[in-house]
Design a protein around this ligand. Structure first.
Ligand SMILES: [Cu+2]
Length: 497
């Protein structure tokens, strides 16, 4: 029978739900705090990678598809787990704050059973996947009751871009408490590395999953959640872990903001992020940034190339989301240690992966999406209305391209996320976005700002959603229903008399 194979040498196959949860709990409970010079990777003898810097970065365990299929059992349950350097009750998948990474390829199917062992509704969303929004696929309208299980089946199309995605709870009014509590993990569609020049194929890659938690007693705080309250940043569930490179080495880092509410402004002094994919979609031209704004839900796949030996802090810089928003302070995320035998720095790619360009597409319809909120910041609206899952707010036709203007009439930043189809960002505040790096599934819309984007509705019909990915805002109304419908059959020609 099929068993998802992980790349960890410690696990061969996960054939049963009980085994999966027991093993993963054991794995994540034990290893993240291991010493930096633990048994898995010997620390360079000549490098500064010595005791005292912190635990070595652990990539999450992986469940990998086999012969086109990935079978997964995820159990949602409250567990006391290792979170950063504390043990806290969290809302876990399979007993871990940082659950397994699902690793698949275009054309694969994911058969996923989600079992709900928490005393409230939950469900699952495969963020960024171009899959059907209808049950048993990526239907976020369904609610899995306490003690019930649901069998999801996701057919990933052959045209799915390769990169970093994630999965998380999308439960109506409960997304923020459940994601903040722990219900989020990484999903990778392979293989981004196949597009790299030969000299870079097979480079070391790391997931840098950014999750943050607030504390209440012996638990991760889930409600009421204040976005601006002090919060602990973690990378793969670890607090300031150590990432090691050799001088001149190039690594692929999968940066993913999979927390509930906060933004990151990532910075690594002395190094630039060479972006090769945005929200799981490879760029046409690689570009380099000193800092990367990663709004809630967003991902960047980047190449980093180490300089000479030394130690630097991967940090998030202060970010101010506007007068009605929040001021997130600077924080350390990881320690980056460069040591050991130098490598010749590889030439990084410039032209990368071709992608559709909608710049000259025929526009079938235009829509305006206006974000507003009340003065108290407790109610959030799209076009004056709070989310109602029974109402259809927008209708689009399969096979057409539309241009949407997302206008943020609030005094704080909001992000825009669309399910089922990615979009091409055309401009932000009138500044044109280069088409060679314009595809996203999530984009930040500055306070009093405007984003213009184009969507090509391909492959799938059904009711889906668009929303702000600051989950407190989504839960409090900033979400709308989009129904993607088949084109109307041409009206019959009048018959000759
Ligand atoms: Cu928002």
């Amino acid at each position: 029978m099929f068993g998802p194979i992980t790349r960890s040498p410690l696990i061969r196959s996960v054939v049963g739900l009980a085994l999966a949860s027991v093993w993963l709990a054991g794995c994540t409970g034990g290893s993240p705090t291991g010493p930096i010079d633990g048994p898995h990777e010997p620390a360079g003898q000549d490098g500064p990678a010595a005791a005292g810097l912190g635990p070595r970065l652990q990539d999450p365990p992986e469940l990998v598809s086999h012969d086109g299929l990935l079978k997964v059992n995820l159990v949602v349950e409250r567990r006391r787990v290792q979170v950063g350097d504390r043990r806290l009750y969290a809302t876990t998948y399979n007993g871990a704050y940082m659950p397994p990474t699902l690793r698949v390829r275009p054309g694969d199917r994911i058969d996923l059973t989600l079992t709900n062992n928490i005393d409230e509704d939950t469900n699952l969303h495969t963020h960024g996947l171009h899959v059907s929004p209808r049950a048993p696929s990526d239907d976020i309208f369904l609610a899995i009751k306490y003690r019930q299980a649901y069998h999801y089946s996701y057919q990933i199309p052959h045209n799915q871009p390769v990169g970093t995605y994630w999965y998380h709870s999308h439960t109506d009014t409960l997304s923020a408490p459940q994601v903040a509590g722990g219900e989020s993990g990484i999903l990778i569609v392979d293989s981004l590395q196949e597009y790299l020049p030969a000299s870079l194929r097979g480079i070391t890659e790391h997931t840098i999953a950014l999750k943050d938690f607030q504390v209440q007693g012996d638990s991760i705080k889930t409600r009421p959640l204040s976005i601006g309250a002090p919060t602990q940043r973690t990378v793969n569930g670890q607090q300031t872990p150590v990432i090691t490179l050799r001088p001149g080495e190039t690594q692929l880092w999968r940066l993913a903001n999979i927390g509930a509410n906060i933004y990151y402004r990532l910075h690594l002094p002395g190094t630039r992020f060479h972006v090769i994919a945005q929200d799981g979609i490879p760029v046409r031209k690689v570009y380099a940034q000193d800092t990367l704004l990663i709004s809630a839900g967003a991902r960047f796949d980047v190449l980093v190339q180490a300089g000479g030996s030394g130690t630097a802090r991967l940090e998030t810089l202060p970010y101010d989301s506007g007068p009605a928003g929040n001021r997130f302070p600077r924080a350390d995320l990881a320690t980056v240690v460069t040591s050991g035998t130098p490598m010749t720095p590889a030439t990084l790619p410039t032209d990368f992966v071709p992608h559709e360009d909608l710049t000259r597409a025929q526009i079938a319809a235009r829509k305006t999406i206006v974000y507003t909120e009340n003065k108290a910041g407790t109610k959030f609206f799209i076009n004056g209305r709070a989310f109602d899952p029974r109402r259809t707010d927008f209708t689009s036709t399969l096979g057409t391209v539309e241009e949407w203007t997302v206008r943020n009439d609030a005094d704080e930043a909001h992000s825009f996320h669309l399910h089922t189809n990615d979009f091409q960002l055309m401009s932000v505040n009138g500044k044109a976005q280069p088409p060679s790096r314009a595809w996203y599934d999530t984009v930040n819309v500055p306070p009093r700002g405007v984003a213009v984007l184009r969507v090509h509705f391909t492959d799938f019909i059904g009711r889906t959603v668009l929303h702000c990915h600051i989950l407190n805002h989504e839960d409090k109304g900033m979400m709308s229903v989009l129904d993607i419908v088949r084109p109307r059959a041409p009206s019959p020609k009048p018959s000759a008399r």
